[in-house]
Design a protein around this ligand. Structure first.
Ligand SMILES: [Zn+2]
Length: 235
């Protein structure tokens, strides 16, 4: 079934050939535009795609022949208003996106799936602001404690069927997933995707160390946190 559109539809669409309906999702693409990588180089080899599922929207960046690659690099990233839009130094979201893009360009093959509706681990944009604002006011760290103090779960991203469908759209059944999050790996494996993990750890700074420590100690993220010293986080 076609997803509900809240935006204007084109008046004359008889020539449009970039929109395709596949079962429960719509795909638009490819878009080809030059993209800057974190090493300063510009690549024209990325294709960008839009995927709309009944509940959520995604963008995908792909490079190379995914079908012919045995274990392509892959990254699943949720939108972060702080990192992706405002270049927040508190979290590692923007660094991880840019690093994934750079590594894929280096290999020449890979995919990034970007989840547009998963603000704050799918708590929603309004609630993500609420968590940060109240967390700041109450003196909580913003990854676990601020969520809990407002009665939110730590992570609402439990539906990986969309991600599986996007991967399968490109013929991908096995990935080298750039992620530190064991939960993501587990849930993606549950969808039948063979996942090998590739660490994607941002170097520590004075700004991100609290978030990264919490991710490791309270959420079990697979982080080394080299150079952290003897600092500890409230349990
Ligand atoms: Zn972030």
């Amino acid at each position: 079934m076609r997803a509900t559109h809240r935006h204007p539809m084109p008046q004359q669409d008889q020539d449009i050939q970039t929109v395709h309906q596949f079962g429960r999702y719509e795909c638009i693409g490819p878009v080809r535009i030059p993209l800057r990588l974190s090493n300063g180089k510009v690549t024209t080899q990325y294709s960008l795609w839009y995927f709309e599922f009944p509940r959520e929207k995604y963008a995908a960046l792909t490079m190379g022949n995914l079908k012919k690659t045995k274990h392509p690099l892959a990254r699943v990233e949720s939108v972060c208003i702080w990192g992706h839009f405002f270049d927040s130094q508190y979290c590692d979201c923007e660094w991880q996106l840019q690093e994934a893009k750079r590594r894929i360009a280096e290999e020449g093959t890979g995919i990034v799936i970007f989840a547009f509706d998963q603000h704050g681990k799918s708590v929603g944009l309004r609630n993500h602001f609420l968590v940060y604002a109240e967390g700041y006011r109450r003196g909580h760290e913003l990854v676990v404690d601020a969520y809990k103090s407002l009665g939110f779960d730590e992570d609402y991203r439990t539906n990986y069927a969309d991600v599986r469908d996007i991967l399968q759209h490109f013929g991908v059944k096995r990935v080298r997933l750039m992620s530190n999050n064991p939960q993501r790996i587990k849930l993606l494996r549950k969808q039948g995707i063979a996942v090998q993990r590739v660490p994607l750890e941002m170097p520590l700074t004075q700004w991100n160390e609290e978030e990264l420590m919490v991710k490791k100690r309270k959420l079990g993220h697979l982080l080394r946190l080299e150079g952290l010293g003897k600092k500890s986080v409230k349990q």
